[in-house]
Design a protein around this ligand. Sequence first.
Ligand code: PLP
Length: 343
Amino acid sequence: MIDLRSDTVTKPSDAMRKAMARAEVGDDVYGEDPTVNRLQDMVAAMFGKKAALFVPSGTMGNQLAIRLHTQPSQEVIVESTAHIVRYEQGAAGALAGVQLHWIAGNRGLISPEQVEAAIRPKEPNTVQTGLICLENTHNSGGGTIYPLATIERIRSVAATHGIPMHLDGARLFNAIVATTLPPASYAQHFDTLSVCLSKGLGAPAGSLLMMNDLTLLDRAKRVRRMYGGAMRQSGILAAAGIYALEHHIDRLKDDHDHAKRLARRLQQIPTVRVNAQDVDTNIVIFDVIGHRHNPPTIVAALKQEGLLINAIGGVSFRAVTHMDISSAMTDEACEIFARVLAD
Ligand SMILES: *Cc1c(COP(=O)(O)O)cnc(C)c1O
């Protein structure tokens, strides 16, 4: 089966499992897991931040950030199809007591002018803006990369109004590899940022929330505990993360090449609407128009041929490349798409 549903479906390699089995561990609630500490130091140094905190999931990283930067009753500016909006079960409202102020982006990206217009005036009857969240790369936008210049300008708008910024960097490593920019060039513009080890990097679990402010770190540890994310001998998971950072970053380029190849093939199929030029990284979002089958039937027909993808609403589909998809599997996926979607 060729599984293009997500880059989260990767399984740890034998070498990664060996690193996990050998990991030196301790109780991380006491701060005594040497492997977790090493991972946190490594990631903080990589992104030029003072601290990184290991958390079980990307959702928890984002939710800690929202809780830390805001007061209940405030609102958070976020793009309308962001992971925080679509896939976190309303956690910002349920856990931090804030509302989300959605801005419709272009392939997931919002402009400094849109942010400026969305910031609420500081007057007593108006809800107050507590935080601005960006997502890079943008999942629902199709793995879109934020131009650094756009981020710089949004940061300057935020600074003028004294509003903190958080980056959902679940796939920031894809942006870093695709642009070859140093990790700190993105990180410097955010008060907090989260990165995932369990997406393209291929670790079984784990994310890191980074910051410069050590008071914020202390508070983050308390909220992590409150949200049920403080773990004990989590060095076993951290060891997988260290292995992933040491071996799986550069190879993300292969995933990007494979996604581009898929998009170029899809573009030739008459029922498919996609612009291969829009594929920045490892995600291909495309529409199927005028096909005799509806989306669930198309997904089932592809599955019958040995290819898994997700229907993501309306006539849209998402295919994601990752480390368990070889070049040969990419070619095979192209053929299956051509066969099934041509009907
Ligand atoms: C996957 C993902 C997350 C975090 O997801 P978890 O499943 O909670 O680890 C956050 N943001 C984006 C953009 C993602 O794609």
